[in-house]
Design a protein around this ligand. Structure first.
Ligand code: ADP
Ligand code: ZN
Ligand code: ZN
Length: 720
């Protein structure tokens, strides 16, 4: 047999698969097996992507693999990994790295292996010896006593009995104890269960109806389903029951959630309902913990995988259901190569494996609305109305808070209630300028202003991480008058603390989130009797705090000022999601949205909690410009340290794409970032496959031209 092996190397130039002859001892190798193979003078780790009877390589030049790893990947996942590589214009090795056990992908110096340890058990003769009169030393007796209740790890027995392994070994020689190497019990990651409530609920009629439709489709999935349910309509309960139904059918399930640290409640509910059958994959796990969870799934000990985008590659071979919770969330798109969209991959995987895809949101994407079959939950579970939303204009208002916002915050303070305040800008001030000469403090590596972080006492660049000390004088003119402009979450936290005193104020943004801060902040806000949670878009995620009575969005139209076709969609979703955090309890709630232009379409629809109306407006616009879901967008960014080559390379790529008959716009300059000058091309096409092929060929050809050594290329299919 010939194994076609794709080497797991980050080198773009090295493209397999390469042929290896399988000897007798590797007869069990299949597609998905991982092999260590000789490659020139090196040894590489590779994945078997195909088997064949013959090879084009002459027999005398064919070599055999050195060894096989214990891990193997389901064949379907190998196909999926290669598909991702092709679809997102990456390399096979990088696509495959997504589906391998964690820690074995490209660049891993030493792949992880299952941890084994020595386990001891008493033989029948051993147990008889304990009870009978056989001569036993004190330590030997202690060891056998410790094993009376069943097998245990050799290390723990040795500890109990007070001796090393020698006592065990001597008992083994006498046939009283058996020792064997066994896979160690895997480590179980913990997850903070903020707000997760125990106890089953009785589904509402609407939940029941949705569930009925979902369960019907489980046996014969066709189109994906979209669970379009207002905030607080109990979508999670529907997911839980859908997963239970898949398990009852003997199938496994994947539940994709946005960043788990931000929404531990949802993951917590799955653990509560399904216990050890759940594998949780979150970013705070060590490589070893991820690896152990991977094996629990691979062995079928865990049947449900809850995790962020990478969980779409959970190693099940009997997949029945993929749930995509909060399907509008942009974290489903991977930022680095391969720039895959887990929602698209989930669609593909569901189709390949005959599983049902169930996406859910209160603010679904146009893509899903048009292409999926919609199930609706129109009301909150308790029948309570969605909170009234008031749009207020900030024109002519000085300071970050509108009069109406102040009034309502004051009410929250007097009644000791809870509020959530969203300002999608972290730091203290977004830029500094000299009052005398007008100098603006900018990043030396990027064409953006530096943001003041007061607590850290530094100016930082939010694009490259560059930081500098806070200036007291202007280096250009010597003036000591430096003005701070704009309010970020850090400053707002301070102002709110003074305003709602004595209520506590909690801040949530990525400065706080570094480390394990998120769970701490959410937990503190939840357990406080009253208080204010202030932060970036992180506060608008799917939190379920029933006692929040006020939601506030500051500078709600800031996101509309970005030149991006998703700007409206993003603004709508952010405001509608934040609004959905308020009024989930008996006291009801309200929402205030501050904006420069409160008449903006996205804001008016969000204020009316009208996602269907928003989409009805948005779709014709998308159609007119062939934007998703009516067309596919691919972005190519060329970059170089010196200005010039990036633009020339982009022109060369553009010409080749255009020659292939695919419409392409650009190059347009992008702001300099991380010390690189950038030029962008945008491809918009109805024919996805042809567009991807044309872009790949163009980029590969231009990247291969020798005179362009200094240029890098980033291709983003379905950019967010
Ligand atoms: P969504 O994800 O749709 O915003 P959640 O799933 O967070 O809503 O549910 C909101 C709250 O309603 C949760 O606290 C949940 O436990 C509760 N809930 C869900 N279904 C029911 C039900 N049938 N009866 C009572 N409470 C429910
Ligand atoms: Zn100056
Ligand atoms: Zn920078």
């Amino acid at each position: 047999m010939i194994a076609k092996v794709e080497p797991l190397t980050p080198a773009r130039a090295l493209r397999g698969p390469f042929d290896y002859r399988l000897g007798e001892e590797l007869a069990g190798v299949r597609v998905g097996s991982m092999l260590v193979v000789p490659f020139g003078r090196r040894r590489l780790l590779g994945v078997v992507v195909d088997l064949a009877r013959t090879s084009d390589i002459p027999p005398e030049r064919l070599v055999e693999p050195l060894s096989a790893l214990e891990a193997d990947v389901p064949e379907q996942l190998v196909r999926l990994g290669l598909w991702v590589a092709a679809e997102y214009v990456s390399t096979p090795a990088r696509g495959l790295a997504l589906v391998l056990p964690p820690g074995t992908g490209t660049g891993a110096a030493r792949p992880l292996r299952p941890r084994r340890s020595l386990r001891a058990s008493a033989t029948p003769a051993g147990l008889a010896a304990l009870d009978g009169g056989e001569r036993l030393g004190d330590r030997q007796r202690a060891v056998l006593e410790a094993l009376r209740g069943g097998p245990a790890s050799a290390a723990s027995v040795a500890r109990v009995a007070g001796g090393g392994h020698s006592t065990l070994r001597s008992l083994e020689r006498r046939g009283l104890v058996e020792l064997e190497q066994a896979a160690e019990a895997p480590r179980r990651p913990r997850i903070a269960d903020i707000g997760a409530r125990a106890g089953g609920v009785v589904p509402t009629a609407a939940q029941q109806a949705a569930l009925g439709a979902i369960v019907d489709r489980l046996d014969a999935p066709r189109r994906p389903l979209l669970l379009h349910g207002v905030t607080g309509s109990g979508k999670t309960e529907v997911y839980l029951r859908a997963v239970a139904a898949a398990l009852e059918r003997g199938r496994s399930a994947i539940v994709l959630v946005p960043e788990i640290a931000l929404t531990p409640q949802t993951a917590g509910r799955f653990v509560q309902r399904f216990g050890d059958s759940v594998a949780i994959m979150h970013s705070q796990l060590s490589q070893r913990e991820r690896y152990d969870e991977w094996w629990r799934m691979r062995r079928g000990e865990a049947r449900v995988c809850v995790g962020p985008r990478s969980a779409v590659f959970a190693p099940f071979d009997d997949l029945g259901l993929i749930v995509v919770d909060e399907e509008h969330d942009s974290s489903y798109k991977q930022e680095g190569d391969p720039r895959y969209d887990a929602r698209v991959v989930a669609e593909r995987r569901a189709e390949l494996e005959g599983a049902l895809l169930l996406a859910g949101s209160a603010t679904p994407r146009p893509e899903s609305l048009v292409r999926y079959e919609r199930l609706e939950l129109r009301e909150r579970v308790d029948g309570r109305a969605l909170p009234p939303v008031e749009l207020v204009s900030m024109a002519g208002v000085s300071g970050p808070l509108h009069e109406r916002t102040r009034q309502e915050l004051d009410g929250v303070r007097r009644r000791g209630e809870k509020a959530i305040v969203l300002l999608n800008r972290r730091g203290w001030s977004n830029f500094l300028s000299c009052r005398l000469c007008g100098r603006v403090w900018e990043c030396p590596h990027c064409d953006v202003t530096l943001v003041l972080h007061q607590a850290a006492a530094e100016l930082t660049c939010h694009h490259c991480g560059h930081s500098a000390s806070v200036p007291s004088v202007c280096p250009d003119c010597g003036s000591v008058s430096v003005a701070r402009h704009g309010t970020g979450t850090e400053q707002l936290e301070r102002e709110l603390a003074a305003f709602v005193d004595p209520l506590p104020v909690f801040r949530l943004d990525s400065d706080v989130a570094a480390g394990s801060g998120v769970a701490g902040v959410l937990g503190a806000f939840e357990s406080a009797a009253g208080g204010v949670l202030v932060g970036t878009q992180m506060v608008a995620k799917g939190h379920d705090f029933p006692d929040v009575t006020l939601g506030v969005v500051l500078d709600a139209d800031a996101t509309l000022r970005f030149p991006d076709f998703r700007a409206e969609e993003r603004t709508f979703a952010l405001v509608a999601q934040l609004a959905g955090r308020s009024g989930r309890g008996e006291r009801g709630g309200r929402v205030i949205v501050q904006a420069l232009d409160p008449e903006a379409r996205a804001l008016r629809h969000a204020a009316a909690h009208d996602s269907s109306g928003f989409l009805a407006d948005e779709l014709p616009r998308r159609e007119a410009f062939a934007y998703p879901p009516y067309g596919h967008v691919i972005r190519v960014v060329c970059s170089a340290e010196e200005p010039g080559p990036e633009h020339e390379a982009a022109e060369a790529v553009r010409d080749r794409i255009a020659e292939a008959g695919v419409p392409v716009l650009g190059p347009a300059p992008l702001f300099r970032r991380q010390a690189r000058h950038r030029a962008q091309l945008v491809v918009r096409s109805g024919d996805r496959a042809a567009a991807i092929a044309a872009v790949r060929q163009a980029v590969e050809a231009v990247a291969g031209e020798r005179e362009r050594g200094a240029v890098s290329y980033a291709v983003d299919v379905d950019p967010q």
